[in-house]
Design a protein around this ligand. Structure first.
Ligand code: ADP
Ligand code: MG
Length: 317
């Protein structure tokens, strides 16, 4: 098998389901039809072996997680994902690995009605780069820089499971069912595309929590020219965090990445209406604090004292 038969066998064979893909894999470029009144939202994520995943992981999980990380960026922009390109660098041609990769890719794409429309295949150290494209109504883009002082800060779900899984990777003595639950959170994140519609109506700013709550909230603060105060008690923790970390659970929730929940801001006056629409839709979000004029991140402790915190999370350089 050469590069071209590889592409045909594993990628061109994935069905095109969307009518807006006029030309998919096989030509020099794809041809895609964008709907009127919508903006095209584009984002790229690279996963490097040994940094974002371990080479011994099942290729199914690597592909699945890569798609989900990309989809999460669409959710954070309140965009609906639709197309994906895949730049794949492989150290060798391993058919079993590719078959498993293809299954993970296909399953993840199908969940969100996304079509694979192109890519590139090269030889080298295992690296997966995906570019995802989606749509958002032109007047409803949710950015990082739109938060206002007084806005309520919310988080879309419990934090810390993925980071706890990473901390357990080389550890013995973890209850096997707990390890399995946490590994599932790490390998199969659930990007919050279900929130896109309500974000468009209510959110002034949003970001997905890929690097850690404090680091990602700090991006909203910097972009919006504001600061934030969050309540330590209000941060939603995965139920296994207190079990294994006790008092340190909140610290991991603040700095641990890979949860792919959303952190976003809603004007205080609209909070009740937002929360009741969330409830009607069968979803839960957690208000954790407020945006403030004073720059920097602060955390309100149980005794009401407010401490400055340094945003921490994963940084590459
Ligand atoms: P070119 O020489 O023009 O770069 P390629 O041989 O790299 O073309 O790719 C041929 C076709 O296959 C293109 O349509 C490209 O988008 C697609 N393609 C290549 N690699 C992948 C991949 N890993 N996943 C999806 N499509 C791919
Ligand atoms: Mg090429």
């Amino acid at each position: 098998m050469n590069e071209f038969s590889l592409i045909d066998r594993y990628f061109k064979s994935l069905p095109i389901k969307r009518p807006d893909v006029l030309l998919g894999i096989g030509d020099d470029a794809a041809c895609l039809q964008t709907p009127k009144g919508m903006n095209l939202i584009v984002s790229t994520d690279t996963l490097v072996s040994g940094v974002h995943f371990l080479p011994e992981w099942d290729a199914y999980d690597i592909a699945y997680k890569a798609v989900m990380a990309n989809v999460s960026d669409m959710a954070a922009m309140a965009a609906e994902p639709c197309w994906l390109t895949l730049a794949l660098t492989l150290p060798e041609l391993n058919e079993q690995w590719l078959e498993s990769f293809r299954r993970g890719l296909s399953e993840a794409l199908n969940q969100f009605n996304i079509d694979l429309v192109g890519g590139d295949t090269t030889k080298g150290a295992l690296t997966i780069t995906m570019t995802i494209m989606g749509f958002a109504p032109s007047n409803q883009i949710v950015r990082r820089d739109g938060a206002k002082s007084g806005d309520v800060i919310l988080v879309s779900g419990a934090l810390g499971a993925a980071a706890l899984a990473v901390s357990f990777l080389n550890k013995q003595g973890i209850v096997p069912s707990d390890r399995a639950l946490l590994m599932d959170a790490l390998l199969h994140p659930k990007p919050r595309v279900d929130l896109v519609h309500l974000l468009r109506l209510y959110a002034t700013a949003a970001i997905d929590i890929s690097d850690g709550l404090s680091a990602d909230l700090d991006h909203i603060c910097t972009a919006s020219g504001l600061g934030a105060c969050i309540n330590r008690n209000a941060i939603p923790l995965h139920s296994l965090l207190p079990v294994y970390l006790g008092d340190k659970a909140v610290d991991l929730a603040l700095t641990g990445g890979d949860d792919y929940e959303l952190c976003f801001t809603v004007p205080a006056l609209k909070l009740d209406s937002f929360m009741s629409e969330m409830k009607q839709a069968g979803m839960v979000c957690y208000p954790i604090g407020h945006m403030e004029p004073q720059p920097g991140l602060r955390i309100r402790m149980e005794d009401n004292r407010c401490d400055a915190i340094t945003p921490g999370g994963y940084v590459h350089f």
